[in-house]
Ligand binder design. Structure first.
Ligand code: GLU
Length: 305
């Protein structure tokens, strides 16, 4: 496995040139565009890493699988899916258009920005710090680490340039679909997006989902099998932004990307995969990550469809 990962990283070392790091959150523009990391957490034989596997980046939208798992656990499936849908969207992750056009103005799924903001609002804590502590604790247990830290510079940068996310939240409030203190919920959202990770962590998180909620490294049952299954399903249908359908055809594995350059994938009963590559395509998916996921899926015959 280690040799395979090394050769995949080598093959796609330069593909980052086809993408660009995110700049709409200024602090993300400081990422190294040419970092390329790959990790696999095999449910039977453990963790394998290659390339810049310990390059740190922020989870961004990958954190949305954690907050979704938390809300499903704490609030239950009915409460979550009466507030957000479970359908893919062909628009960008921060688009407001469909939210306004489609009554009852409910976010289409929990993995786009509006959906993740609603999911956070459902959690039964009133302070942003309590919500984020619960999300980061769960992320740590899924990754098999004592704790997950937050990148303060990214958090501040994100908060200072958050007009679009604020617009989504205030629109949701205006139609009666977001309850609680908006500033507090948004603060929790910016903090959870700024949680720091690397592709090895993402591989273990993916493996926990792949193993029906049981972390294969710590052997802790972190999530119920049902919650793990629902999260995997939403990843498969909605996890790669408006490129989810194309990714389902080309790689065929449940995955979630983030604009920090990470992708976490969960291959049921087999493995978790984490990739890192901060240069993104026009949809916000890591160029190197996409290429490496497709390659591994092909070579190891991972597709679930
Ligand atoms: N923090 C980012 C935002 O709100 C997350 C986007 C992403 O990774 O898709 O725009």
């Amino acid at each position: 496995m280690k040799e395979l990962l090394d050769s995949v990283v080598e093959e796609f070392r330069d593909i980052w040139r086809n993408g660009r790091v995110a700049t709409y959150i200024p602090e993300l523009a400081r990422a190294c565009p040419d970092a390329v990391g790959l990790a696999v957490c095999d449910l039977g034989s453990g963790l394998y890493t290659a390339g810049d596997w310990n390059y740190p980046f922020t989870m961004q939208s990958v954190s949305k699988i954690v907050s979704l798992a938390l809300a499903l656990t704490v609030c239950g499936e009915d409460a979550v899916f009466s507030s957000v849908g479970m359908d893919p969207l062909a628009d960008p992750f921060n688009s407001i258009m469909r939210l306004e056009m489609d009554a009852p103005h409910r976010p289409h799924n929990p993995l786009i920005n509006s959906g993740a903001i609603v999911v956070l609002s459902l959690l039964p804590w009133t302070e942003s710090s309590e919500r984020v502590t619960a999300v980061s604790d769960l992320a740590a247990r899924m990754a098999g680490k004592p704790s997950v830290s937050m990148n303060s510079a990214v958090y501040i940068s994100e908060k200072e340039t958050s007009d679009r996310n604020r617009a989504l939240a205030w629109f949701l409030k205006s139609v009666g679909n977001l309850h609680g203190d908006i500033e507090d919920i948004l603060d929790a959202y910016f903090r959870q997006c700024s949680l720091e990770t690397n592709c090895a962590d993402l591989a273990v998180m993916g493996a926990t989902l792949a193993a029906d909620g049981r972390n294969p490294i710590t052997e802790e049952q972190v999530l119920t099998p049902r919650v793990a299954r629902v999260v995997r399903t939403i990843m498969a249908t909605c996890g790669m932004y408006d490129g989810s359908g194309e990714f389902a055809v080309s790689a065929g594995i449940p995955a979630k990307s983030g604009v920090g350059g990470g992708i976490a994938a969960a291959v049921p009963g087999m493995m978790g995969i984490g990739t890192c590559g901060p240069a993104l395509d026009s949809r916000g998916n890591s160029v190197a990550g996409l290429a490496m996921m497709k390659k591994l899926s092909e070579v190891l015959n991972l597709r679930i469809y």
